[in-house]
Write a protein that binds this ligand. Structure first.
Ligand SMILES: O=C(CO)[C@H](O)[C@H](O)COP(=O)(O)O
Length: 435
């Protein structure tokens, strides 16, 4: 039977206990005191989990790098059944941790996070006598598109030890991991940030069990899952999250100033076709429409915010072409006409007077729009809160991080809905900066 471990990577103990309870209802077998919880609450987190779940296996994710014996001893004495330390630690640290694990009757898991040659290190660890190997890609590396499955497919063929796997797993990837030979599936974010923790744990349980019960399935089972391209994944996420979620994910960078929606409720998600123009000259903005494909957004800098370089005729042409939207650091006009069309428009100003088509300016060059640098093909997300630009080189990582922000907020909203106050959910007083 493949085991499911819920990783409580949460800094508030009461929330962690609540989420653990829901995850167990959904089918989690092992409960992990995640490293952030241990750093926030110390060994008390393990004691409280032991007390609340006397029958469950409790894992302490210590991420130990030194002083192997004492760290394992502390976790064991607090009630852990399994203690996780780092494969990057010296062999002498691992041996000390093993000695302590034997002495206090716990099992030792060693985590391959950020190891350069994981197969070779896994062999060494098994030779040292560790009980479990965790094939793991950490949270920050996940955001850049790394998954533990490639590492798992190599390691599971090579080593003779119980194998756990962790790193952004969801039902599809948990199932793939089982098909590749994982014995323990560790899941954090997908379960703990869900607004229905029990159901999310159930989804993992179902994915894992349905594969286990299908006869003859193994690493050559031919089980396959539809793969989205990275671009499709970015679009999917940006359509789901908000511009504030993205701004949070970018540590407050990327938000344009002084540009807002003309038509609330219309959202843009697309890639920039940039235009720089001068003093209301509308030739380049209008020519840019003919260069646009589906999912393209025209982003314009005009040096004069009191002279419109966009109006009803341009809007009609852009709408007919299927342009995703318009963002203008400058002015537009003809509101009575453009409001009848569905094109989302974000602008700095609306004025009645227009410039002339002189052909000054450039298309698809670097521009500054609303105080932010925009390059051709950068991602633009604009909604009722404003406009953010995401550099194309960082788009996948930012999308993944924004999705995490969104999921965390959904979970907190759910707890507020159930009667808690925002400050109690987030333990604001405890986490105020100490003077
Ligand atoms: O140890 C961890 C991070 O270092 C996490 O607990 C582990 O990666 C599982 O969480 P997620 O499913 O969110 O990746």
């Amino acid at each position: 039977m493949v085991l499911i471990q819920v990783a409580l990577d949460i800094i508030e103990l009461d929330r962690a206990l609540l989420i653990a309870k829901e995850a167990v209802l959904g089918g989690a077998d092992w409960i992990e005191a995640g490293t952030p919880l241990i750093k926030s609450e110390g060994m008390n987190a393990i004691r409280k989990l032991r007390e609340a779940f006397p029958q469950k296996t409790i894992l302490a994710d210590m991420k130990t790098m030194d002083a192997g014996a004492i760290e394992v001893e502390m976790a064991a004495k607090s009630g852990a059944d399994v203690v996780a330390i780092l494969a990057r630690a010296d062999d002498v640290v691992i041996s000390e941790a093993l000695r302590s694990a034997k002495k206090y009757g716990v099992r030792l898991m060693v985590d391959l996070i950020s190891i350069d040659e994981p197969e070779a290190r896994a062999q060494e660890l098994v030779a040292l006598g560790v009980d479990l190997i965790n094939v793991h890609v950490g949270i920050d590396r996940q955001m850049t598109g790394k998954s533990p499955l490639e590492m798992l497919s190599k390691i599971s063929r090579e080593i003779d030890a119980e194998i756990a796997v962790a790193g952004g797993l969801k039902p599809e990837t948990a199932q793939e991991a089982v098909a590749m030979g994982a014995d323990i599936v560790i899941v954090g974010s997908y379960i703990i940030h869900s607004d229905n923790v029990a159901q999310s744990a159930k989804n993992i349980r179902h994915a894992v069990d349905s594969l286990c019960s299908a006869s003859g399935l193994g690493s050559d089972s031919g089980v396959s899952f539809s793969q989205k391209s990275q671009e499709e994944e970015i679009f999917d996420i940006f359509r789901r999250v908000s511009s504030p979620n993205i701004s949070d994910a970018m540590h407050r960078k990327g938000a344009m100033c002084g540009i807002s929606t003309l038509f609330p409720g219309r959202k843009i998600v697309g890639r920039a076709v940039t235009v720089r123009t001068l003093g209301g000259d509308w030739a380049k903005p209008v020519e840019a429409i003919d260069l646009c494909g589906k999912n393209d957004v025209i982003v314009i800098f005009n040096s004069d915010r009191n002279m419109a370089m966009w109006g009803g005729l341009a809007t009609k042409t852009a709408a007919n072409r299927g342009v995703a939207g318009l963002v203008v650091d400058g002015a537009v006009r003809d509101m009575d006409e453009i409001k009848k069309l569905s094109l989302p428009i974000f602008a700095a100003n609306v004025v009645p007077n227009a410039g002339d088509p002189k052909g000054l300016g450039e298309i698809n060059c670097e521009i500054t729009c609303g105080g932010q640098i925009v390059n051709p093909r950068d991602f633009i997300v604009a909604d009722d809160s404003g406009v953010v630009v995401v550099p194309k080189e960082k788009a996948y990582e930012i999308a993944r991080r924004a999705e995490e922000v969104w999921k965390k907020e959904q979970r907190i909203l759910d707890e507020i809905d159930k009667g808690q106050s925002m400050s109690s959910v987030l333990e604001l007083l405890k986490w105020e900066k100490q003077k």
